[in-house]
Design a binder for this molecule. Sequence first.
Ligand code: GLU
Length: 306
Amino acid sequence: MAQLPQHAVYRGRFAPSPSGPLHFGSLVAALGSCLDARAAGGEWLLRMEDVDAPRSQPGAAQAILRDLEALGFAWDGEVAYQSRRGERYQAALDRLIGDGAAFPCACSRREVADSTLAQGGEPRYPGTCRDGLPPGREARAWRLRVDPGTVCFDDLLQGRICQNVAEAVGDFVVRRADGCFAYQLAVVVDDAEQGISHVVRGADLADSTPRQILLQRRLGLATPAYLHLPAAVNAAGEKLSKQTGAGPIAGMRPQRALAAALGFLGQPQPQGLEEARLDEIWRWAIAHWRREDIPRCRSAAAPDGF
Ligand code: GLU
């Protein structure tokens, strides 16, 4: 992991999953997190979230780094790779198991989906293995034991967000049946270990934050500040992703892509910014970054051509 001085007040990060090249949605998260950090005089780290090996595309991490460089992004320290950090995630899981906070689960995805009322599209775990594995069944995954109650946090853009995790998702997976550590566990361990003070990311992840806060509490870790940016959606209202046909940023004029992302984030732009040099755009954008101008919504349409 990158070793950086501990005195920084603000340390942010961009944590893409390398499942494809950078698209407009990920550019918005990269730009918003970077500008919020730099405008505060803070550091900005990069972490490849390749913990989900089956979903990671060979070469995608390198492509994302190339795309970011072409756009003029500059990060602090070395890039962290989740695929190299399994021991850290296992140590956190061992601690949860030792504390009785995690339990083995034999249920298949199908069994969980079939046995519960799906809420918000996500199936809620019915607690089948909470008090022990059913006879004759073998452990497949590990889940966090979630107590009843509401978890709230004050999002720096969206305001107060609360979720009853027990009702919304129930005991959630921290290590999957295929052996991969779950995103929720990996992101919490990494944000803490990298000393991240501010998590700025797309609002499609806002529903994950209460789960991450529960894990932080169970692991005795500090909770960073959160700011969830509007997530870019396509004309059909689907979050931009490779699966929903989002086009790559590579190949576009970097100035045009940056200007479009700044516009999406509600930032004022002087006339002709698209014609400026990249370093001038960055200087301008950092100097004029205003959180209060970001649209206060969970999602917004990507501009035409993206
Ligand atoms: N890797 C996640 C994604 O690309 C983002 C995780 C995060 O920012 O917390 O959707």
